[in-house]
Write a protein that binds this ligand. Sequence first.
Ligand SMILES: Nc1ncnc2c1ncn2[C@@H]1O[C@H](COP(=O)(O)OP(=O)(O)OP(=O)(O)O)[C@@H](O)[C@H]1O
Ligand SMILES: [Mg+2]
Length: 467
Amino acid sequence: MKNRDYLIVMKQILQLIDEGVHVVDPEGNSVVYNRSMAMLEKMESQDVLKKPFAEVFKNVEESTLMQALEKRQTTMRKEQTYLNKDGREITTVNTTVPVIEDGRLIGAIEIAKNITDVQKMSRTILELRREMDQPQRSKEHKIKKYSFDNLYGQNEAFLETVALAKRAAKINASVVIYGETGTGKELIAQSIHFASDRQNKPFLAQNCAALPANLLESILFGTAKGGFTGAVDRAGMFEQANGGTLLLDEINSMPLELQGKLLRVLQEQYIRRVGGTKDIPVDVRILATTNEPPLDLLEKGVLRKDLYYRLNVVGINIPPLRQRPDDILLLAEQFMEKYNKKYGKQIWMMSPSARQKLLEYDYPGNVRELENIIMSAISMAEDEHVLSDKHLPINRRKSLPHQDIYELKEGGLDEYLEHIEKSMIENALVAHGGNISKAAESLKIKRQTLQHKIKKYKMQAIEEAKK
Ligand SMILES: Nc1ncnc2c1ncn2[C@@H]1O[C@H](COP(=O)(O)OP(=O)(O)OP(=O)(O)O)[C@@H](O)[C@H]1O
Ligand SMILES: [Mg+2]
């Protein structure tokens, strides 16, 4: 194979494998950053590639990749747990090596394997073991209790969502809750249960991702003795939740075959334990969540249509935080209060620059991410009473409207630039509650210029809101 062809094949392999790969050259510039690594760290490859490592990443001193480069140090299979940009806890096993040829340093390589799912699974298995040994423990199974009182928001669309959820609490129907990660699906699900007639009966939740089909099946439906090697008689979640509510989280990750079995249970209202012969009647209300739009899931064929229509008697959509900017500061203040108490701090207010920074960000991890930002700001602050922008661990601004860029290609550069200008103006106006002077100041243009541009782009809604 020719060198060039070999290189092409290697590049393909790098993009296809599940392990994250990050390579830096001797100067510390990133030269390889594959798709898995980008997904793991929630970064865009183009934001990392060809740039100095220290410019893109925080905690440079702690980075094993930099240690490999600077001290020629090797790190084998080091386990790391961290929060990614969505505020999700991720556990990886990393190996980092310097690459040395004839005593000359060529670069450093980091390979990261995501073991988050494996860890989740092993925890679930441990938990199940313990429950099998001490069945009474499962009753004490502690879940944080949330109710509608814990939901904060003033945005109109969000309030409609909450109103619909409150109506759903009064009836007995199945519900599908759709929202991006961190929008509060679990919170809404629990609120529905604890406001329903079933509030004094169990509320159980099961995540459908990260478990192989047969394990998930025996968790949901239980096992009968002798069903398969070593199986004992054990009630599944349907029996345990009898009379109450079962939350099936990430229903779209449930294997298709099991979706079929679930549908049958919902229609016939009895279950059969795995390996068993007896039909056991159950009365369980199902709430299901997905973090991808249900219609996309149907189209992709990962969610059975018949199951979806059976579950989606009430369909609740929670809008992402970037679509309800009027909730950002309200939630931030709520979280300030919560973490002031928790960490014994006395941060009473936010500086205008902190407010602006919070409003300018687009929160891919939604409310959970905002909560993490405030939590870390409060925990880092010392004897201060004002939360300022320097406390806020936000390094990125709102991303440009990617999808629109594509469509606008035909319109040419002028139209594209106008589009960017318009969205920057909109963001500035929203960030300053429609105050034109302040928005102009933040955009570093004259007030008159801004007014002229608002007219030009016919931002009537904002002008009217001002009146
Ligand atoms: N409207 C809200 N008011 C107060 N807290 C909220 C609100 N929405 C979300 N949160 C907080 O955000 C965090 C994430 O919420 P939750 O776990 O319900 O999200 P989720 O949609 O289930 O996310 P995922 O898809 O990642 O499982 C929680 O700590 C919750 O308390
Ligand atoms: Mg959830």
